[in-house]
Design a protein around this ligand. Structure first.
Ligand SMILES: [Zn+2]
Length: 206
């Protein structure tokens, strides 16, 4: 099964992707991890590293070619989960993997805000906690390494508001497109991570 996950910030997308991957034994292919994981001997490695070091976005044609390599691997022969590619119409112009199902994790902007403001990251090992769902054992201290937990700069209210706006703009067209193809499944992401995953499993039929 070829699955696309779409969801606004703090919709639980990353966690859901990992759980589907584990249960269905298909790889989670996220653009970020593909770019970070390019092997040193890859012919595009040098070029991509330079672009990323300059803090620029890797051009879509290059990302598309990397993703095509990923889906051609043996590990993806029974399907895959995409995260970060396909929510924009222009992505699909470069590479459309012909998804079977598109899971749209719906959370309200208020929920996004609340969850992001409850997020704490370890300054030392970058482990992520959520004061509501995954609180640390000792307040303000990382369970794993004892580091200090803080709020990340890029999770300010203003940045979050902007990210939500961008999400809305980018996905408007594709959500309609997948809906018309009968592939879109809207999942209520307002509940706990377990509740959300149960709805996703029902939607995917396993
Ligand atoms: Zn830590």
């Amino acid at each position: 099964m070829k699955i696309l996950l779409i969801g606004p910030p703090a919709s639980g997308k990353g966690t859901i992707g990992e759980r589907i991957s584990k249960d269905l034994h298909i790889p989670l292919i996220s653009v970020g991890s593909v770019l970070r994981g390019i092997p040193d001997n890859h012919f595009q490695k040098k070029k991509i590293s330079e672009i990323m070091e300059r803090g620029e976005l890797v051009p879509q044609d290059i990302v598309a070619s990397l993703l095509k390599e990923e889906v051609a691997k043996d590990t993806a022969e029974n399907g895959f989960i995409f995260d970060g590619w396909g929510r924009r119409k222009e992505d699909l112009d470069y590479f459309d993997p012909n998804f079977d199902k598109v899971i749209y994790l719906k959370v309200s902007p208020e929920t996004s805000f609340q969850r992001i403001s409850a997020r704490r990251t370890c300054e030392n090992c970058e482990a992520v906690y959520n004061l509501t769902f995954i609180p640390p054992k000792i307040s303000g201290v990382c369970d794993l390494c004892g580091g200090k937990l803080t709020k990340r700069e890029d999770e300010s209210e203003e940045t979050t508001r902007r990210r939500l706006e961008i999400f809305e703009e980018e996905t408007k067209e594709t959500i309609e497109y997948f809906k018309n193809q009968g592939k879109l499944v809207e999942v209520d992401g307002e509940g706990t991570p377990d509740e959300e995953y149960t709805l996703v499993k029902n939607a995917l039929g396993y």
